[in-house]
Write a protein that binds this ligand. Structure first.
Ligand SMILES: Cc1ncc(COP(=O)(O)O)c(C=O)c1O
Length: 338
């Protein structure tokens, strides 16, 4: 039997409703570069949920969103503060540093950072002989599956506002975060508790695509020039507009996040009942159980997953990721295999 993959939430194609819409609209002619009616409709549907004015742009992937947002906002000598596990700090091939901006990293046990930790970084940067921290980058959910609560995000945003810092939330997995039982944030909250964020489609049932949302409207100035110069402006921008319209026309975006979380919760509950511990508290669609290496080797005969971190000579943490497409049957198969 073929191995089943819990490696990622982008192992499958797209939700059938999205594919169907792409097929239905296939011969509709539009203008290009994100100025078509599908993109406009998607923007309106998102704004309806935000209940606020916002400027929205579509790009194809997460690294691209991070790169264009961060490099468009920071002046040459300014830096961005992030968790040391943050995606921009670890998994983006130095894309941010390649634009000349230092990333000031913060050590964290659960992937999250706090206002107190950000303040410590500010205190270490006192004059023009150092970079000037100007932005805070967090992701929700984080690299290790944890989620920020409303109180935590509020506290960070208040600190940023008091200290003239821009808060940018990477929402590659915002769908899972906002539908997590551990997270009390809504999309409307995201409009009020950060300056700019993006809504991840790629990891939540779209074929490709992320929606960048500027809450602080002056940051949007000339943003399309930045998108184009960084190669992010798709001639067939409609492709992402059509998908985001489907994600937000009804509640598909949230339903898919909920399903992924439900499958992860079921895995976590059963793994915990069998007496195993986790690297971080299971909170979203990425969970990190700690297994004996022998068990990991056996599971690898039937499943694909990342071995995330060595705990000691006998045990390691693995990463299991569920998606909109993960079936209950496969989850049960994994549980039985343990
Ligand atoms: C939090 C986060 N941000 C950004 C990205 C980058 O996305 P992409 O692989 O589409 O560039 C990822 C990908 O795993 C991610 O987990």
């Amino acid at each position: 039997m073929e191995k089943y993959s819990f490696k990622n939430d982008y192992s499958e194609g797209a939700h059938p409703a999205i594919l169907q819409k792409l097929v239905e609209t296939n011969l509709t002619q539009t203008i290009g570069y994100g100025e078509d009616e599908f993109c406009d409709e998607a923007r309106e549907l998102i704004k309806k949920q935000l209940k606020k004015e916002a400027e929205i742009h579509f790009v194809s992937g997460g690294t691209q969103a991070n790169l264009i947002v961060i490099s468009s906002i920071l002046k040459p000598y300014e830096s961005v503060i992030a968790a040391e596990t943050g995606h921009i700090a670890v998994h983006e091939t130095g894309a941010i540093e390649a634009t000349g901006h230092k990333i000031n990293t913060i050590a964290t046990s659960d992937g999250k950072i706090s206002a107190i930790q950000i303040e410590k970084v500010l205190k270490l940067h006192t004059d023009e002989h150092m970079v000037k921290p100007k932005m805070v980058y967090i992701s929700n959910s984080t690299e290790v599956g944890s989620v920020y609560t409303k109180a935590e995000l509020k506290s960070i945003y208040n600190f940023c506002q008091e200290n003239n810092l821009i808060l940018f939330v990477d929402g590659a997995r915002l769908g899972s975060a906002l539908t997590s039982s551990k997270c009390d944030l809504t999309l409307e909250d995201m409009a009020n508790l950060c300056d700019v964020f993006y809504i991840g489609g790629t990891k939540n049932g779209a074929l490709i695509g992320e929606a960048i949302v500027f809450n602080k409207l002056d940051l949007n100035e000339n943003f399309r020039f930045h998108i184009k110069q960084k190669g992010g402006m798709l001639a067939k921008g409609r492709l992402i507009g059509i998908q985001f319209s489907e994600l937000f026309r009804n509640d598909l975006f949230f339903e898919m996040g909920k399903h992924a979380n439900k499958m992860a919760e079921k895995l976590a509950k059963n793994i915990s009942n069998k007496g195993f511990e986790f690297l971080t508290e299971p909170s979203s669609n990425q969970i990190f159980p700690i297994f004996p290496n022998e068990l990991i080797a056996k599971l690898q005969h039937h499943f694909e997953f990342f071995v995330w971190e060595k705990i000691d000579e006998e045990k390691s943490a693995i990463r299991l990721v569920t998606s909109w497409a993960t079936s209950e049957e496969k989850v049960e198969y994994f549980i039985q295999s343990i």
